[in-house]
Design a protein around this ligand. Structure first.
Ligand SMILES: CC(C)(COP(=O)(O)OP(=O)(O)OC[C@H]1O[C@@H](n2cnc3c(N)ncnc32)[C@H](O)[C@@H]1OP(=O)(O)O)[C@@H](O)C(=O)NCCC(=O)NCCS
Length: 395
């Protein structure tokens, strides 16, 4: 190595459909590792120039690394995909940003010259392994984090409403309605088709289904239908099932390479990694962390928000999305943000949401060749934010 950084590019991004967690979910009888395996196979099928042995590491984000998601899933899935024994893999946990962190790590790896070709993804089966399942929280955890609410994501969203009352429930609901509308338009226009890898699945009642569409979106959502919903996290609260992301099962993955490797193989690089940053905040308002993470990522690249043409912001909760957009200097309904809808509509299978944002950004870049720079950003339980800035190469 000569000390020079390599250019890092995304060549492909895929995902499964996102199901609802629980017995009524399309993946109730499907294992998390099988969701990941499906995507590994799809990436090779879609990119026949790539052979499995070219993959120098397979990095998977997984929040709950137990049961079917344990045992170093990133390594196991390479063998389950019939890639032989020679493809390494590992698992990463940064809760909701596990998958985005996997992509960030892969980018750093490749930039440094340690690898030329990797897969980075994320998977979460919240039906089989619910949030916090089997976690043994330290007796001092609440004290260390500033209160019990830091351990409950819905409560952290209620805390943002409390501390920043300029973001009302009405605004959160209005944001959620707009998100559902954008998602519905994108689905109807066929935007999901290129990225979703269909899977034959068995449902709880034994019937079979081709899982090729997301189960979570609720296109009928209106301000009226949201107004009467319960506030499950606090009596008389403001966070409801309608302005929160759901509980979901799904996976997403990215094929990422040095630009030189992609060009050698004759593959079209879709977007170039510009900078990544992670930041941490008070965990009782964890949803605010995309702001410092984005500011850091922008500063590293010598950019400002004015330079960013497309924003993919993971909406864990409408109120934290509203806060982040406002503090980043964007209007709540800015056309650059979540053009195809976000997690409030599609769902948020934790670790898979980061690579899902990348799949969306890649598609939006393709459709809008005049856009140059894009941001993928998300908040994380325990008070973290992760942001990556990308350059459109499909212009
Ligand atoms: C908010 C939450 C508790 C709701 O869970 P749930 O009760 O299982 O959610 P459901 O989908 O059953 O919705 C509850 C009700 O709201 C209704 N509803 C949900 N979204 C709606 C919408 N957009 N429009 C109209 N009604 C809606 C449902 O129809 C349901 O009504 P019902 O009780 O009459 O059947 C759960 O989704 C959650 O915990 N979300 C946050 C996840 C999280 O913390 N992720 C990590 C982020 S950091």
């Amino acid at each position: 190595m000569d000390g020079q950084l390599q250019n890092v590019v995304v060549v492909d991004a895929v995902r499964t459909a996102f199901g609802r967690a629980g017995e009524k979910g399309i993946f109730w009888k499907t294992r998390a590792d099988d969701l990941a395996v499906t995507l590994l196979k799809a990436l090779i099928k879609r990119n026949p120039e790539v052979t499995p042995t070219m993959i120098e590491d397979c990095v998977w984000g997984v929040t709950n690394q137990i049961g079917e998601q344990g045992g170093t899933l990133g390594r196991m899935v390479t063998m389950l995909a019939d890639w032989g024994h020679e493809v390494p893999g590992c698992s990463i946990d940064r809760m909701c940003a596990s998958g985005l962190t996997a992509v960030g790590f892969a980018a750093g790896y490749i930039a440094s010259g340690m690898a030329d070709c990797m897969v980075a993804g994320g998977v979460e089966h919240m039906g089989h392994l619910p949030m916090g399942y089997m976690r043994d929280t330290h007796p001092r955890a609440e004290e260390a984090m500033g209160g019990a609410s830091a351990l409950n994501m819905g409560m952290t969203a209620e805390n943002i409403h409390d501390r920043f009352p300029e973001f009302s429930k009405e605004m959160a609901d209005r944001y959620a309605v707009a998100c559902q509308r954008r998602a519905d338009q994108a689905i109807k226009a066929g935007k999901m088709q290129g990225m979703i890898v269909p899977m034959e699945v068995e449902l709880a009642d034994g019937s079979e289904l081709l899982a090729d569409a997301d189960q979570q979106p609720r296109p009928q959502t209106t301000m009226e239908s949201l107004a009467g919903l319960k506030t499950p996290f606090r009596e008389d609260g403001r966070v409801t099932a309608g302005n929160a992301s759901g509980l979901n099962d799904g996976a997403a993955a990215v094929l990422i390479m040095s630009e030189a490797k992609a060009r050698d193989l004759g593959l079209e690089p879709k977007m170039r990694w510009i900078s990544s940053a992670v930041a941490a905040v008070d965990p009782t308002i964890m949803g605010t962390a995309p702001v410092p993470a984005t500011q850091k990522a922008l500063a590293k690249a010598g950019l400002t928000m004015d330079d960013i043409d497309v924003v993919e912001l993971n909406e864990a909760f409408a109120v934290q999305a509203l806060y982040c957009l406002d503090r980043l200097g964007l209007e709540w309904d800015d056309e650059r943000v979540n053009k195809w809808g976000g997690a409030l509509a599609f769902g948020h299978p934790l670790a898979s949401s980061g690579p899902r944002l990348i799949a969306f950004l890649m598609g939006i870049f393709k459709e809008n060749p005049s856009t140059r720079l894009g941001l993928t950003t998300m908040c994380v339980g325990r008070g973290q934010g992760y942001s990556i800035i990308w350059e459109n190469l499909q212009g």
